[in-house]
Design a protein around this ligand. Structure first.
Ligand code: ZN
Length: 105
């Protein structure tokens, strides 16, 4: 997870440590949520969703954008894909996607 933003250009570099810490929380809560019995998952789901929202806000504040294709640039967010895996995705209409190591998918 520490490599999740290594290739991303941050307009505000000072936010990098906070984003990395946030990503550690996201990863930990993601693991906890997956390992819980269904009855307990809702509570962990709320915590996971909040941690993800926090990281995505930090990414927006840091000005992390996708520059692939024609302008305008698009925000990059961390989301779960249809299988529940964490990925990076931009908000271009035809979204560009990367795994958490930054490899295109
Ligand atoms: Zn894009």
């Amino acid at each position: 997870m520490a490599d999740a933003i290594k290739n991303l250009e941050l307009r505000n570099e000072e936010l990098r440590p906070a984003i990395l810490t946030g990503l550690e929380h996201v990863a930990a809560l993601h693991r906890l949520q997956l390992n819980r019995a269904a009855a307990d998952q809702a509570q962990f789901s709320d915590a996971f969703t909040s941690s993800l929202a926090s990281v995505n806000t930090l990414l927006a504040v840091a000005g992390v954008v996708c520059r692939i294709g024609a302008p305008p640039v698009a925000d990059i967010q961390i989301v779960t894909d249809t299988s529940g895996k964490l990925i990076r995705r931009c908000t271009h209409p035809a979204a560009h996607k990367w795994d958490m190591n930054g490899s295109p998918i």
